[in-house]
Design a protein around this ligand. Sequence first.
Ligand code: TMP
Length: 214
Amino acid sequence: MTGDGSDAPGHGRFISFEGIDGSGKSTQARLLHEHLTARGEDALLTREPGGSPGAEEIRALVLQGEPDRWSAETEILLFTAARRDHMERRVLPALDAGRTVICDRFADSTRAYQGSSRGDLRAMVDQLHTLMIGREPDLTILIDIDPEVGLGRAKARRTAEERFEDFGLDLQRAMRQVFLDLAAAEPERFRVIDGARPEAEVAAEVARVVEAGR
Ligand code: TMP
């Protein structure tokens, strides 16, 4: 990966999962990984922020503490730094080796959460992405859920990583709309899946979508 994002892409398939907090996307990413592995496919399951030791350290910085701990601008830098490390050390080597990479959140989360939660910083997010990452998933699965249901599920987990959940329901509503708008703007990359159904039903649809896109 170079600064201008001009490297030739690897041969593996890059699949990301996106959605608001409590959408069930992490469970669905794990179930897809189990499904592909059971079929003998060599797939890497990873997540953002995190996925590499350095990026996991940044994860603790950005997800713990008070909502006003960082400005949106500082967060763009931190999430992009974590992503760059994750790309260099895990994602690109796996894709280059021909593996399928399943990533629980990727750059669309930065476009949504940092790009529009506290003012319109989308241009800044996009510029830094072009400069430092320069790569999109081949397929992005958006697990769509009612924000009240999502926030209820997310808060019920009671982890230390609740900084974004503590921004409240209005933020989750806004983020849902941004994700749906991103999906509408790039229909060839996104598939929107209704997450308000039993886990197994959602998983079966995810598997169908992934098989169909081969
Ligand atoms: P998770 O609970 O799905 O692991 O996501 C952690 C939180 O991080 C979630 O509230 C969304 C937020 N986030 C961003 O704000 N920007 C990003 O670029 C990423 C990857 C996550």
